[in-house]
Design a protein around this ligand. Structure first.
Ligand code: HOZ
Length: 429
């Protein structure tokens, strides 16, 4: 079952002449699964339409932000109203204060927040802040975790780096690479050994508390609290990258779900309601090291952009309404169970990892609890499944090293249609 992608093919050829790989972010090019990426013309609720008029049920949702679905009425109205009053000022506005207060109200351990424009920028700033605060240089990250594309965070990164099998070093100086130490996720003994070895040179341990960029890989019981005490006992800061899990593992992220207290938190995606907006939040005594309160420099012409901030406030307001988040999480679980049952009936072993409203599927007999296990899953089967599903109008991320996302807009019928498509798809693998 294949969709006609004549117009998308023509657009892709045109794009490749002027944009490297034809896309503005690598995984969109479908390089690891092959074929033509549909060029999207519009989105409404849980559905998107491509240039050839094909419709899809969307589980990418702009890689997570659209937790209310495409073109949600209140989000659109808020953004339009903001733009109509001026699209950017490069000066402080009341809306920024409202969004800052709103976000912090979901993260009781975070005391101050700085709005930026992308998750990469938030992570890059967090590393500089941790180094400036501790006066140490080294950063520890976990294999398969992805924290955007700043130089020091590319080592053993998930997402597009894993999908495309790109080495982390081209363009990164040896000195920078040497300041990043990596360790397997969920392996507290290995983390302890690394921290013992490098001791007081480590500025911070950065982690996605619910990794979503090697696929979704939940933390083992006790791993995160032990990570926090292991880092603290050596004087290193703990940075939780909740860009993905922030309003998806739970409203207040993994830290609220499990009662954890990192020093710094990175947020993005959902908080911008589909616009470029991210944030770095943290303890007051650390955040006040940022300029202009302190000496660690960070700035941005479009930081706190009015449309993005308005869309973020509207999104969080709707999302925190009674039962809204829990309903999305329940739908996520229904879909997870439906897909696993569908695979079972075709004699296929499918692992479904999920936390809150984010999940991933791996073709694997055993559990997938770290990057090594994720890389060992049957990616050839994933590629075939991906195309069978796409041909049936189900739009998923073109990589097992990404997450599927649900939204408030996905209906019971969307989920039933997806499970029915999966039954047909698995029968053909
Ligand atoms: N790194 C993003 C997913 N984890 C991909 C974003 C995009 O290609 O748009």
């Amino acid at each position: 079952m294949e969709k006609t992608l004549v117009k998308s093919q023509a657009l892709f050829e045109r794009a490749r002449r002027v944009i490297p790989g034809g896309v503005n972010s690598p995984v969109r090019a479908f390089k690891s699964v092959g074929g033509t990426p549909p060029f999207i013309t519009r989105g409404a609720g849980a559905h998107i339409t491509d240039a050839d008029g094909n419709e899809y049920i969307d589980y990418v949702l702009s890689w997570g932000p659209l937790i209310l679905g495409h073109a949600h009425k209140e989000v659109v109205a808020a953004a339009v109203e903001a733009i109509a009053g001026g699209s950017s000022f490069g000066a402080p506005t009341e809306r920024e204060v409202v969004l800052a207060e709103t976000i912090l109200s979901f993260f009781p351990g975070m005391e101050m927040i700085r709005l930026v424009s992308s998750g990469t920028e938030a992570a890059m700033t967090a590393v500089r802040l941790a180094r400036g605060y501790t006066r140490r240089d080294k950063i520890v990250k976990f294999a398969g975790c992805y924290h955007g594309h700043s130089d020091c965070l590319l080592a053993e990164a998930g997402s597009g780096i894993a999908t495309l099998g790109i080495p982390a070093t081209p363009g990164v100086t040896q000195a920078t690479a040497a300041d990043t130490l990596t360790v397997e996720f969920n392996d507290i003994a290995a983390l302890d050994a690394l921290l013992d070895q490098w001791g007081d040179t480590i500025a911070a341990v950065i982690v996605e508390p619910v990794p979503g960029n090697m696929g979704v890989v939940p933390p083992a019981d006790g791993f995160l609290p032990r990570l926090i005490s292991a880092a603290r006992s050596r004087g290193a800061l703990v940075i939780f990258d909740e860009v993905m899990s922030g309003f998806r593992a739970a409203l207040g992220g993994a830290q609220t779900l499990w009662g954890l207290d990192p020093d710094i938190t990175l947020l993005g995606k959902v908080i911008g309601g589909g616009f470029p907006l991210a944030a770095i939040a943290g303890k007051r005594h650390i955040m006040e090291h940022l300029a202009p309160s302190g000496p660690v420099y960070q700035a941005g012409t479009l930081s706190g952009n009015p449309a993005a901030v308005a869309a973020g406030i509207a999104t969080l307001t709707v999302l925190s309404g009674p039962g809204v988040f829990d309903t999305i999480a329940k739908k996520t679980d229904v879909l997870r169970r439906g897909l696993i049952d569908a695979a079972d009936s075709a004699g296929i072993r499918l692992r479904g990892n999920a936390v809150g409203t984010m999940m991933s599927f791996f073709f694997s007999d055993g559990p997938v609890d770290n990057f090594a296990a994720a890389k060992a899953t049957k990616s050839d089967l994933f590629v075939r499944w991906f195309h069978e599903m796409l041909g049936r109008g189900i739009y998923m991320a073109p990589s097992p090293f990404e997450a599927l996302f649900l939204s408030a807009a996905h209906s019971g019928r969307d989920i039933r249609d997806t499970v029915a498509a999966a039954r047909d798809a698995f029968a053909r693998l």
